[in-house]
Design a protein around this ligand. Structure first.
Ligand SMILES: [Zn+2]
Length: 67
């Protein structure tokens, strides 16, 4: 588990791997070249996943609104 903190909006994003392309889920800034930090595995993964799911839901909602 890795995390990156966006240097534009200061929000933290998580990924299971250091993927090739990493975009801030909040402001879509390209964080690929930003150094990722390993996250302590004792951290509650489920709470992170539910947060990601919620963000995805919000994004879908926003897309629906824009449409
Ligand atoms: Zn950002």
């Amino acid at each position: 588990m890795y995390k990156k903190i966006c240097y534009r909006c200061s929000q933290t994003s998580y990924s299971s791997t250091r993927i090739d392309n990493w975009y801030c889920p909040y402001c879509q800034l390209d964080l690929t070249s930003t150094k990722g930090a390993a996250v302590n595995h004792t951290l509650n993964v489920e709470s992170i996943m539910s947060r990601l799911e919620r963000q995805r839901g919000i994004k879908i909602y926003q897309n629906y609104q824009v449409r």
